[in-house]
Ligand binder design. Structure first.
Ligand SMILES: [Zn+2]
Ligand SMILES: [Zn+2]
Length: 343
């Protein structure tokens, strides 16, 4: 099969590699769509220590081709979405249902071969039925671009109706976070992004106000003015400055949830302020299959508008070049079964 293979920092190449063979508990999928996440860009930049020879891509939708003898329940031809990592199923976190925190995880496209390829073999436990009304591109990004901000805001952030929410970084995650915050009843959502097109998309997604942190001489002050007492902030960028901005935007008792991946070391306020304001800073990692199923259900019911979630679909043949360009606000999706540029 053909696949995009990571060969070292800054190097990704279209190659012919062996077809995957499903293990006993695995299902072989034809990959119909694979979303390009910011994490894939960090992988290809060499920032995450992924082994050369790995096929990136953890946002996958496909069609069942065949099942191993122990992978019951899936029939050839069924369309599926996939969770972003393979979990052990038996550690304390998995048993507690927090499978995103599995102690022995294998992130797809990092610790094992990913979705920028024509086929993949995955454990049956990773698969979710993809409703007929949901396209493969949306099914692919549901697991991460939509379920990750759901986990961050609803589960980790414990967002309650009436809260004021700040979303820092209006990319693939942030744009869905805005919708999810509104869906959960946020009174006000303020989005921060230096890109004009991202701010435009943020307003289209339902943000009440947007801020360009580069244009304002005192962005934190302006953010505090716009949000009028944020109780929940979500950092989707993975940079020290944006984590610090998220903390500064909060009212006493507020929580900052960080989903942006990186190795930054943000400066935290002194302990006296930390304690005096009951500041809470929490990381949030991925999502659970339960949340992905909830996302698919909300899309199917029309509660989440995904009409602007995918900005571009490209065949595998032309996909290597997209990593040389900066990512736009909405997702780019690779279509490994398509020969010609789609749009
Ligand atoms: Zn991702
Ligand atoms: Zn586990």
């Amino acid at each position: 099969m053909r696949a995009l293979v990571y060969r070292g920092p800054g190097e990704i190449a279209l190659e012919q590699i062996a077809d995957p063979t499903p293990a006993a508990d695995e299902v072989l999928l034809q990959i119909d769509a694979a979303g390009v996440c910011g994490t894939d860009r960090h992988i290809i930049a060499g920032e995450l220590g992924v082994a050369p020879g790995t096929v990136p891509g953890h946002e996958i939708a496909g069609t069942v081709l065949e099942s191993g003898p122990g992978a019951k329940g899936w029939k050839p031809g069924e369309r599926v979405a996939c969770s972003g990592q393979v979990t052990c199923g038996i550690c304390a976190a998995c048993v507690a249902g927090a499978t995103n925190l599995c102690r022995r995880p294998a992130v797809i496209g990092m610790a094992r071969q990913g979705g920028f390829a024509q086929q993949i073999a995955l454990p049956a436990s990773c698969l979710l039925r993809l409703p007929e009304s949901i396209s493969s591109s949306i099914g692919a990004i549901a697991s991460d671009a939509i379920a990750t901000p759901m986990h961050a805001l609803w589960t980790v952030g414990e967002l309650r109706a009436g809260e004021t929410v700040v979303v820092i970084g209006a990319g693939g995650l942030g744009l869905h976070a805005i919708q999810l915050a509104r869906l959960a009843g946020a009174a006000c959502v303020v989005a921060v992004d230096p890109s004009e097109s991202a701010r435009k998309e943020a307003l289209a997604a339902g943000a009440d106000a947007v801020l360009d942190p580069g244009a304002d001489p005192e962005p934190v002050r302006e953010l505090r003015r716009l949000a009028r007492g944020a109780t929940l902030a979500l950092e989707c960028v993975g940079r020290a400055e944006s984590v610090e901005m998220g903390i500064a935007a909060l009212s006493p008792g507020g929580r900052l949830v960080v989903v942006g991946v990186g190795n930054a070391r943000p400066r935290l306020p002194p302990l006296a302020r930390f304690i005096g304001t009951e500041l809470c800073v929490r990381g949030s990692f991925g999502s659970t299959p339960t949340e992905i199923a909830r996302v698919l259900d909300l899309i199917e019911r029309g509660r989440l508008d995904v009409s602007r979630s995918v900005q571009r679909e490209v065949p595998l043949e032309h996909a290597a070049s997209i990593f040389a360009e900066p990512g736009g606000p909405a997702r780019t999706v690779i279509l490994p079964q398509t020969e010609e540029p789609h749009r």
